[in-house]
Every structure is written in C-alpha cells, then in structure tokens.
Design a protein around this ligand. Sequence first.
Ligand code: MN
Length: 245
Amino acid sequence: MMTRREAIKTVALAAGALALGPSLVRAENPDAIPGDLANPFKVPDLGYAYDALEPYIDAQTMQIHHDKHYGAYVENLNKAMVQAPERIQKMSVEELLVNLESIPEKIRPAVRNSAGGQYNHSLFWKLLKKNEGGKASGELAKAIDLTFGSYSNFQAKFTEVATKLFGSGWAWLVVDGNSLEITTTPNQDSTLSKSQRKQVPIVGIDLWEHAYYLKYQNRRPEYIKAFWNVINWDYASQRFVEATT
Ligand code: MN
C-alpha cells in the first residue's frame, strides 16, 4: 500500500524538480525590470471592485490594503533595486526571493521585505474571490483529501495554524517537494525563500492586522473564518497544477 506521501506524488507530480511555471514569474508586470527607473515595478489594479468581497472583507480595508500598503511594498522594492548591482536588477521578484542569500547585505533586508511584500500581495489579490461556499476541485481537491484526510480536516488544520501565528505574517498551503503542506512565514517573508526546498504557495492568508483590523479589530479568528468564503479555488487549483507538472 502506498504511503500518503507517495500517493500524493502519484496524483499530482510529474517527473522532475519543482518548477515554477512561467505564468508565476513577473505575473503582475511582465515587462518590469527591477531597478530600471524608466520601467519600475508598478501597482497593478486590484482586478475587481474594492467591495467585491463584502461582507467578508470590507471595501475600505481592501482599498487601503491594496493602494497604500501594497503600494508601499512596490515603491520600496523599486528603491532597493536602484542600489542593487546589475545582476540583481535583472532578477524577477521570484528570483530575488529564491536567491536572497546572493543579494548584497546592504540591501538584503529591504529586498526581503519589499520583494516579499510585492510577491505575497500580488498573489493574495488573485487568490481572493467570493466562492459561495465553494471548495477546492480537481487534482488539488484529490491532493488535499490524500494529505489531510478530508477538506474539513484541511480547513481545521489551516485555521489552527493561522490562528496560532504570533504577530504579523502569513499562513500558507504550499507544494513542498512532493507534498502539500501547511506552513507560516513571519513578516513578509516568502515561502520561496525557505532553505533549499522552496515552497510554492497555493493558498495564502495575510495575517497582518492591516488586512482585517478595520472590520474585525482584535477578532482575528472571525477574519480567518470569513476567509474561507473568499478563496479563489479556481486560481488555487490552477497554481497547484502548474507547480506540480
Ligand atoms: Mn498585507
């Protein structure tokens, strides 16, 4: 009998190392070259109305979060890149995060925070959509069932991990090597930067207070509960397939 891990591999993985699909690279601004003042990273539109996620995430939170917080990460990434050597300037945001150790120490903290903020939020906006009680489907649903036993077990585990995160950060469902895992990152760290085995994020929840405080104040568990109503499972499933083939 196959172990759960082997079964996941059979369901989900083609041969070869984990590859980042081309669509995950510079997804927000394919022509941008970090550090190029004539063509800096930009803040793309949200892609839907600020109130599209009401009542789960309110319009004012979305507007401030996207325009101001996200905007600042993008601006700071451009500022950091101006000081970077050319080989670093040519990297995509994903390459920066995977190769953080190769970034000069002087700008590494700024790159870590701002590239992480840019990447995490670019992903987050796309992963949000009112799902009317929807769940994962297709290969992702199969992998979730194999890994966690059931969708509701996955929900419970993810909720627990997210609720227990101390301070600011993110909770993630990632593809790590051959398996699905639930993990967290502090601050704006990306799962792509984790050790040698980068983890490709499939679902993520922003657990910074700026993501929920206007509506939920100190009630983070209510925000996490509401989050299940706004996961864009179509996009998450697409990411899963891209990360595993
Ligand atoms: Mn945020």
